[in-house]
Design a protein around this ligand. Structure first.
Ligand code: NAP
Length: 540
C-alpha cells in the first residue's frame, strides 16, 4: 500500500490508482475516508451527488430533519469537532445537517479526495491482480486494492410502477430528488403519493403554502409527535459538557439511541399504571414513544395492541372529521413493526379545508395522466405531483450497479435469495470488498463509526502482516446469515410489510434487511472477530 495521504491528481483520462475506493460521501463514507487517510493510505470517494452529505444532500424537501437528537447523531470521534459545532435545534433540519457534513469534510481536508458527480456504473474484481476496476457512468475510472461501499441504507429511490408516470405534464419529482432551487407551491394544486416518514415531514410544511393538497394514502402509519425545539445557549453548554454521557448512553442501548426499551412487561402493570406510563413517554421528544416503551411491545401482540390503541386515540383526538380520523388510524399492523414517523402538526393538516385525503386502498391509483392522477372512482388534476414513495432500501443501490467478484459472479446473483453477508461487512466471493452501508438496526452514525473503525483497523492489520486479500469464509457467512435470520423469529417486524422487509419493492425477496441482534451485540461480535485475527475471514 502507498504510504501517503496526498490527494491523487484528478484524472479523466488516466485511471485513478488508490489503495481504497469508497462509494459515497455521506456520513459513513466521509468518516471511512478520514480514517484511511489517517492510516496513510491513499483513498478516494466516488460520490454520485454534486456535494457531500449523502442522505442529507439528496433529501432536501421542506421539513426534512433528524428524527434522532442532533447530538446523538453527530460524529463522536473528534473532541475538537464536538466543541466547535453548535447544533441549533434538538432535531436539526436538512440545511443544517448538510452544512455540518460540509464543515466536517472541510475541517478534515477530505474534499480533495472526493470525485463528485461520479455515479458508479461497474466495479469488477480482477483476480489475477487482486484489484478492483471501477468505472463511473461518465467514464471516470479507478483501480483499487479495496472497494468500500458506504452508500447508506436509503439511497436508491423507489418509483412506483404506475402506468403513465412519464406522461404527466406538470412539475413532478421523487422526494429524494428534490430540486435544489426552491419549489413555489403558492396557489398550486399539489398531489403527493405516500404517507411514510418522508411525507409526514413534508406535508405540514407544504400545506402552509399550497392552493390545494391531495394526499394519496395506502397504509396509514402510527405517527408520533417529534416535539422539536431550539437549543438555547445554556443547553448548548450542557450538551457539550455531557457528550461523554450521551455517547455512553448510545453505546448501552439496543439501537444506539438515547432511549431504551423499558425492561418491564406491559401487563406487569395495572391498566392505570400502563396508561400513566404511556402518557409520560408520549410527552417526551423524539423516539421515546417507541424505543422508550415496554420491551414486549415488539414481540407480544397483546402488549403491542394495548399501546397501539392508546396511539390510535391520540390520532383520533387531533382530527376533527371522525371519518377522516378513522382513515388515518392504522389497524392492519402492530405499532413499531414499521418505522414510526415523527411529525410536527401532521394530523392537524387534515383539518384544513384545502387538504383532501384519498384512501387508495378503497380506490387504487390506476394511472398517472398528463394532468394528474386517475383512481378507480375519480380523476384529480395537479400542477405538482410528488412521489414520497420510499426506497429500494439497503440492497438497492448496490444491486443497481454492476458489481462482479471472483469468476465474474455478480452481486445480484449472490444476493438473489436475499442479501448474504458475514457480519454485514462482506459477501463470500467478493474479496477486499467491504460493505459499510449500515445494515444494523442502529442509530446510523453510531454504527457507521464502529464499522469504519473496524475496516480501517483491519486494513492496518493486513498491511502490518503483509496480507493482500481478505474474503468472507462461505461457512462463516452461512452461520452468520442463519444467526441473523434466527434473531427475527418472534419479532413483529417480520409479520408486516414494509421497506424493513423489502416488500415495498415488487419482486424483492421478503427478508428482514437489518441485523436485529442490537448494536451492543453487533459491536462485541465485530471486536471479537478482530481480536481472533479476523476469525471467519480468509486472509492471504
Ligand atoms: P416509505 O416509508 O417506504 O413510504 C413510502 C410511502 O409510499 C408509503 O406510504 C407507501 O405506501 C407509499 N407508496 C409506495 N408506492 C405506492 C403506490 N404505488 N401507491 C400508493 N402509495 C404508494 O418511504 P419514506 O417515507 O421515504 O421513508 C423511508 C425511510 O426513510 C423511513 O422509514 C425512515 O427510516 C427514513 N426517513 C428518515 C427520516 C429521518 O430520520 N429524519 C425522515 C424521513 C425518512 P405503503 O405503506 O402502503 O407501501
Amino acid at each position: 500500500m502507498t504510504q501517503t495521504n496526498q490527494a491523487m491528481p484528478a484524472a479523466n483520462s488516466a485511471v485513478i490508482d488508490v489503495d481504497a475506493l469508497i462509494i459515497g460521501a455521506g456520513v459513513s463514507g466521509l468518516y471511512q475516508l478520514y480514517r484511511l487517510l489517517q492510516l496513510g493510505l491513499t483513498a478516494r470517494i466516488f460520490e454520485a451527488g454534486g456535494g457531500v452529505g449523502g442522505t442529507w444532500y439528496w433529501n432536501r424537501y421542506p421539513g426534512a430533519r433528524f428524527d434522532s437528537e442532533s447530538y446523538s447523531y453527530a460524529y463522536s470521534f473528534s473532541q475538537e469537532l464536538l466543541e466547535e459545532w453548535d447544533w441549533t435545534e434538538h432535531y436539526s433540519a436538512q440545511p443544517e445537517n448538510e452544512r455540518y457534513l460540509n464543515f466536517v469534510a472541510d475541517k478534515f481536508h477530505l474534499k480533495p479526495h472526493i470525485e463528485f458527480d461520479a455515479r458508479i456504473k461497474s466495479a469488477i474484481y480482477d483476480e489475477a491482480a487482486n484489484r478492483w476496476d471501477i468505472e463511473t457512468i461518465t467514464g471516470l475510472r479507478a483501480r483499487a486494492r479495496f472497494l468500500i461501499s458506504a452508500v447508506g441504507i436509503l439511497s436508491a429511490s423507489h418509483m412506483p410502477n404506475i402506468p403513465g408516470i412519464e406522461t404527466f405534464k406538470g412539475q413532478s419529482f421523487h422526494t429524494s430528488r428534490w430540486p435544489h432551487e426552491r419549489v413555489n407551491f403558492a396557489g398550486k394544486r399539489v398531489g403527493i403519493i405516500g404517507t411514510g416518514a418522508t411525507a409526514v415531514q413534508l406535508i405540514p410544511e407544504i400545506a402552509k403554502e399550497v392552493g390545494h393538497l391531495t394526499v394519496f394514502q395506502r397504509t396509514p402509519n402510527y405517527c408520533a409527535p417529534l416535539r422539536n425545539s431550539k437549543i438555547d445557549a445554556e443547553t448548548q453548554q450542557k450538551i457539550k459538557a455531557s457528550y461523554p454521557e450521551i455517547f455512553q448512553k448510545c453505546r448501552d442501548t439496543f439501537a444506539a439511541f438515547m432511549q431504551d426499551f423499558d425492561p418491564r412487561r406491559a401487563f406487569d402493570l395495572t391498566k392505570e399504571e400502563r396508561h400513566a406510563f404511556y402518557e409520560e413517554i408520549w410527552a417526551q421528544p423524539g423516539f421515546t414513544k417507541w424505543f422508550g416503551c415496554f420491551h414486549d411491545i415488539m414481540t407480544d401482540e397483546r402488549a403491542n395492541e394495548d399501546y397501539a390503541e392508546f396511539v390510535r386515540n391520540k390520532i383520533r383526538a387531533r382530527v376533527k372529521d371522525p371519518v377522516i380520523a378513522e382513515k388515518l388510524v392504522p389497524k392492519d399492523h402492530p405499532f413499531g413493526a414499521r418505522r414510526i414517523p415523527l411529525e410536527t402538526g401532521y394530523y392537524e393538516v387534515y383539518n384544513q379545508a384545502n387538504v383532501r385525503l384519498v384512501d387508495v386502498r378503497e380506490s387504487p391509483i390506476e394511472r398517472i395522466t398528463p394532468t394528474g392522477v386517475k383512481t378507480g372512482n375519480a380523476e384529480y388534476e395537479f400542477d405538482v405531483l410528488i412521489y414520497a414513495t420510499g426506497f429500494d432500501a439497503i440492497t438497492g443501490e448496490l444491486t443497481r450497479m454492476d458489481i462482479r467478484g471472483v469468476g465474474g459472479r455478480t452481486l445480484n446473483a449472490a444476493w438473489a435469495d436475499g442479501p448474504r453477508t458475514y457480519l454485514t461487512l462482506q459477501t463470500a466471493g467478493f474479496p477486499n470488498f467491504f460493505i459499510i452501508n449500515g445494515a444494523v438496526f442502529c442509530n446510523f452514525t453510531r454504527c457507521a463509526e464502529v464499522v469504519a473503525e473496524w475496516v480501517s483497523t483491519c486494513l492496518d492489520y493486513m498491511r502490518n502482516k503483509d496480507f493482500k486479500r481478505i474474503e468472507a469464509d462461505p461457512e462463516a457467512e452461512e452461520a452468520w446469515t442463519t444467526h441473523a435470520n434466527s434473531l427475527t423469529e418472534g419479532m413483529l417486524f417480520t409479520k408486516t410489510d414494509s421497506w424493513f422487509m423489502g416488500t415495498n419493492v415488487p419482486g424483492k425477496k421478503r427478508t428482514f434487511l437489518f441485523y436485529a441482534g442490537g448494536a451492543p451485540a453487533f459491536r462485541n461480535k465485530c471486536a471479537e472477530v478482530a481480536a481472533k485475527d479476523y476469525e471467519g475471514f480468509v486472509l492471504s
